[in-house]
Design a protein around this ligand. Structure first.
Ligand SMILES: Nc1ncnc2c1ncn2[C@@H]1O[C@H](COP(=O)(O)OP(=O)(O)OP(=O)(O)O)[C@@H](O)[C@H]1O
Ligand SMILES: [Mg+2]
Length: 338
């Protein structure tokens, strides 16, 4: 497979000095679904906006199929489709009118818009509802209309900035199916950003974890999980602090243990070198020896949450509650503006 997107040492410093993207490099192959995973303010949207030419990078190089975005914008822009983090649909227009407008922006001829418009509306499951005002669409339909609009000029690579933010679980899964379909039926390359671990896991062939403008990890979800070690045992200990800390030291020294990390609230996260079920009896034995009670113990396979924690030292889950709210607030704001 040829390389579709090549990013080399991308830096973006906003006016006022915020270093939103701080030396980011990665490649995306053709027909790959590549995910950019990271918390609020990590620099995901800024990276996308630089790649599609909406923002001027401070330094670094971006190539689309080997062509420099800054040197030859006219050549590369038609190859790229973009659905922004905020829905760009006009509520007062019908689905069809929204598409027509978008086709117009790309200087497509009437006939082309008619043909391509039908194709993308069918592709996104909106053909039957094309003559309804977008104001009557559900959140998931609006997002699909946004994606359809980004496809009108037949781009080779599609950029989706948080395609499922604020949508319920079922609707998100429907969007995933459409994204998969775009890759398999339209042979598209898809670059998406998300803060949902399961989304990156289920959908992406490869992903990069970005935090505070820097790439912390990059690879296939399975390989990233394998990188951090074996199973994970989470235990809650009850005892005075010095006893727990002696126990933690003893646990860390075990040959079966990769690391022991305190998670607050008496919880300890123990990464096993391989099988966690073998580690559990040892945890009980050492706890008894150190006079520490085990209130609960749980064993699980590493998830992308664990990968995130491993590479950033923080949990992403903390921020999810507030992010859902942000997503909803954005949707409401957009509706109010009209
Ligand atoms: N136009 C701007 N001017 C100044 N600073 C900005 C601007 N846009 C974004 N930033 C800052 O750059 C950093 C990265 O923002 P960005 O929107 O790229 O993050 P993100 O990963 O997309 O976050 P989110 O998950 O909330 O969408 C943040 O600190 C943000 O406040
Ligand atoms: Mg963003």
């Amino acid at each position: 497979m040829a390389t579709m997107i090549q990013i080399e040492e991308l830096v973006k410093v906003y006016k006022g000095g915020i270093r939103a993207v701080d030396g980011v490099s990665f490649d995306v192959e053709e027909q790959e679904i590549f995910g950019f995973l990271g918390p609020n303010g990590a620099g995901k949207s800024t990276t996308i906006k630089c790649v599609i030419g909406l923002l001027r990078p401070t330094s670094g190089r971006i190539l689309i199929r080997g062509t420099d975005v800054r040197q030859s914008p006219k050549l590369v822009k038609p190859m790229m489709g973009y659905a922004s983090q905020e829905t760009a649909v006009d509520d007062r227009l019908t689905g069809w009118q929204n598409l027509f407008l978008q086709g117009h922006f790309f200087h497509l001829a009437r006939k082309e818009i008619d043909e391509r418009g039908e194709e993308v509306l069918r592709l996104c499951g909106l053909w039957e509802r094309r003559n309804d005002s977008a104001g009557t669409y559900s959140g998931g339909m609006l997002k699909r209309l946004d994606i359809a609009a980004a496809l009108i000029h037949q781009p080779s690579v599609l950029f989706l900035d948080e395609p499922t933010l604020g949508l319920d679980v079922q609707t998100r899964k429907v969007i995933w199916q459409y994204i998969e379909k775009l890759r398999s039926e339209q042979k598209m390359t898809i670059f998406l950003t998300t803060h949902y671990m399961e989304e990156a896991d289920a959908l992406c062939d490869r992903l990069a974890i970005i935090d505070r403008g820097k790439i912390m990890a990059n690879g296939k979800p399975g390989a990233l999980k394998a990188d951090i070690g074996g199973d994970i045992v989470t235990a809650r200990f009850v005892a005075p602090e010095e006893k727990v800390s002696r126990l933690v030291q003893a646990l860390s020294a075990l040959p079966e243990t990769v690391s022991v990390t305190p998670m607050g609230d008496g919880l300890q996260r123990i990464v096993a070198r391989q099988r966690g079920d073998r580690l559990i009896p040892e945890v009980f034995a050492l706890a008894a020896k150190n006079e520490v009670g085990v209130e609960s113990i749980r064993l699980h396979r590493p998830s992308l949450d664990d990968v995130y924690l491993h590479f950033t030292g923080r949990e992403m889950r903390d921020e999810q509650g507030s992010r859902e709210e942000i997503g909803k607030a954005r949707m409401t704001q957009r509706r109010l503006r009209r």
